[in-house]
Write a protein that binds this ligand. Structure first.
Ligand code: NAG
Ligand code: NAG
Length: 501
């Protein structure tokens, strides 16, 4: 009995050692990594030409539009921001801005600030209201643009008739003609005041017939085995790969998302292994959107991720952990990129992080689990005590010298001093003995300084490398490739702005 127990005991011990050795055990910390941004989760600003083939590409999901009645010289607005009629009385406020949900290149839903959808009244009065929480046939409108003047439009409702602004409180769908005379109440000027260019926009913009091929071509060309050879021979030993939740439903994810990113991630693991690199899988886009930004794959910019999404999001982590836990190239799984404070609450986030951590630990005890801090208004130390009770966890902080007015007035030297002083102490504050490791998971050598010289950029990049190498888990540059040179680590290395070897 005792002999048997010992055999099993030794065997179990041996197996668990083999399991952990096979993976993150041989991780050389701190990591020097780069983000493969805009690869498996599209961000239009990094390569706008990806969107060029979309008809009416200025009217993608989430674009904010306003309609001004030429006759009344007033804007359409949802009275009280929604839940009531649509009026034609506003000069300017937030209430006259509608967020598009694109049905196809001509048909759209309009979402108002209280999140209802504009529609034809069910009462049969032809009045236009903003009452419904979910769009249907009566909430779908066709935007007809005038030839040669694309911002001069008529708006056709589900009854086949066009909207007319008859008075400041009477907006009806009852014009059946095709005129463009400015003196008439059916002509509107459309202003496009904001837009999103993420994975939702590109897939829904191209539509189900074209999107799979466009995305496939992009993924095949954007990152190849040659890039892994380049990275490893230039001193990088890891990649952080943003992925979207739809990867767990490959090859047939819910529309408009398309399959193929899972195969690309498999390829990345193969290439990483071949060139002795590690992969950090970073769940960058989740259902509901955790930050309302393009790179969260939001449809319309509203942040809706919260408690009710935790279960589905954990399923994605479970899928990724199950698939890659035994892969020797796996370094870490990051549970959620940039959940925004205060809309994502600390309570919700901890609940999710605990469940996500447990999901990873079902398959591996050695892979690191990365917890992203909340950008926005949160305390960067808020996760430290929570992480104390967990094994092999890492706090991810993102340091950009942008996105705050403060940086606009900084000189070159002030920027460099800021890195050594402020970022140095920011990093020290999240580095505690026996606490979680720390990861600068995103940074870049781009800044708000205009007309900086090559030497200025070199000094700025060096300052960041000097400081971020103190991050106990390592750092990752944003990004590997980008249309803007200083955002591309590949370009920065090739042109001697940054030297890692
Ligand atoms: C809009 O501006 C005009 C003057 O240009 C003013 O008379 C009118 O009261 C304003 N309407 C609203 C709703 O603010
Ligand atoms: C659309 O609105 C009309 C009245 O304008 C109503 O008769 C019809 O039932 C509505 N359709 C749906 C699907 O709600």
């Amino acid at each position: 009995m005792s002999y048997l127990f010992n055999v099993y005991h030794v065997l179990a011990l041996y197996l668990s050692c083999v399991a952990s050795l096979s993976s993150a055990q041989n991780l050389k910390l701190p990591l020097k990594a780069v983000n493969l941004g805009n690869w498996l989760v599209v961000e239009g600003w990094m390569k706008p030409s990806l969107f060029d083939g979309i008809p009416n590409k200025d009217l993608l999901d989430g674009t904010k539009v306003q309609f001004k009645s030429i006759k009344l010289q007033r804007y359409l607005a949802a009275e009280k921001g929604g839940g009531s009629i649509v009026v034609v009385s506003r000069n300017s406020s937030d209430w006259e801005t509608f967020r598009l949900w694109r049905i196809n290149e001509n048909s759209y839903n309009f979402r108002v600030s209280n999140k209802q959808f504009v529609g034809l009244s069910r009462l049969g009065t032809n009045r236009i209201v903003a009452m419904r929480d979910a769009p249907g046939v009566n909430e779908t409108f066709r935007i007809v643009r005038k030839d040669g003047e694309p911002n001069r439009v008529r708006i056709q409702a589900s009854n086949g008739l066009f909207l007319q602004a008859k008075s400041d409180t009477v907006l009806t769908a009852d014009y059946g003609g095709s005129g463009w005379d400015d003196g008439n109440p059916y002509v509107f000027i459309m202003t496009v005041s904001g837009s999103l260019q993420g994975e939702y926009q590109i897939t829904n913009g191209y539509g189900p017939d074209k999107a799979p091929q466009v995305l496939q071509d992009h993924r095949n060309a954007y990152i190849t085995e040659e890039d892994f050879r380049f990275m490893s021979s230039n001193g990088l030993n890891a990649v952080r790969i943003p992925v979207g939740w739809w990867i767990a439903y490959d090859p047939t994810p819910p529309k408009p998302f398309v399959g193929g990113s899972l195969q690309a991630l498999d390829n990345a693991f193969t290439w990483a292994q071949k060139y002795g690199m590690k992969v950090i899988i970073d769940l960058h886009a989740v259902q509901g959107s955790q930050n309302g930004m393009d790179h969260s794959a939001t449809r319309d910019g509203y942040l809706e991720w919260g408690d009710s999404y935790i279960q589905d999001t954990v399923k994605v982590i479970d899928f990724l952990a199950a698939r890659y836990a035994k892969n020797p190239a796996l370094g870490a799984i990051e549970l959620l990129n940039e959940p925004w404070a205060p809309l994502v609450t600390l309570d919700t986030l901890k609940k999710y992080y605990k469940a996500g951590y447990d999901a990873v630990r079902k398959y591996t005890s050695s892979a690191y689990v990365i917890l992203s801090n909340r950008p926005g208004t949160a305390d960067p130390k808020e996760l430290l005590s929570f992480a104390q009770g967990l094994n092999r966890v890492v706090i991810d902080v993102h340091y950009y010298s942008l996105y705050s007015d403060m940086f606009n007035s900084f000189s070159v030297q002030q920027n460099i001093d800021f890195i050594y002083n402020q970022r140095g102490s920011d990093l020290a504050a999240v580095t505690t003995p026996n606490g979680p490791l720390c990861f600068v998971g995103e940074w870049s050598a781009e800044w708000a300084v205009k007309g900086a010289s090559m030497q200025d950029y070199q000094r700025f990049a060096k300052a960041q490398l000097d400081v971020y190498r103190r991050a106990t888990f390592g750092w990752a540059y944003w990004s590997y490739k980008c249309q803007y040179n200083h955002w591309s680590l590949k370009w920065m290395i090739e042109n001697n702005y940054i030297k890692l070897n």
